[in-house]
Write a protein of this length. Sequence first.
Length: 168
Amino acid sequence: MDHVAYLVVKPREMIDKALAHIVQELDAHLKAKLAVSEDTVILSGIMNQDGTVAIWGENKIVVSLVHVLEDRTIRMQAKDSSATALNLHMLVSAYYAAGNYTESLRTISIVMDFFRNKPVLNLPDAGEGSKGQIMVSLENTDIETMHNIWSMLGAKYMPCLLYRLRLQ
């Protein structure tokens, strides 16, 4: 994956907040679109270290951080030496019961429309030196890269989207 998305912040303070905020906004959107009251979007890994499924329940959209890479050239340009420039890749997967494949595709389509219509999310309490904006863009991922991601996760393929994040 040679795509670039920069997160110039103190990562210990922002990665979790940014992903939690994305989950919260996406969940509110899906609840309204699907007319449901239960949580639909969760922030979770796909598999536990022991090989068991890490997701509780079914019929969920799972948001997972699958790659973080530091960009040292941006770090050198930053005024704050404690800031770090990161490339983030977020996997959004539809974990649905076997008989709900069509519903998983419908839900993934709603997710795609959400980020297409709202490519910039405002992050409350962003902290010093940040504009508090999360820019989200869909990655054009070939089938080999997707295969490698799912192999790395130790899971079977599910309908999914890969996004890159940039926090300003």
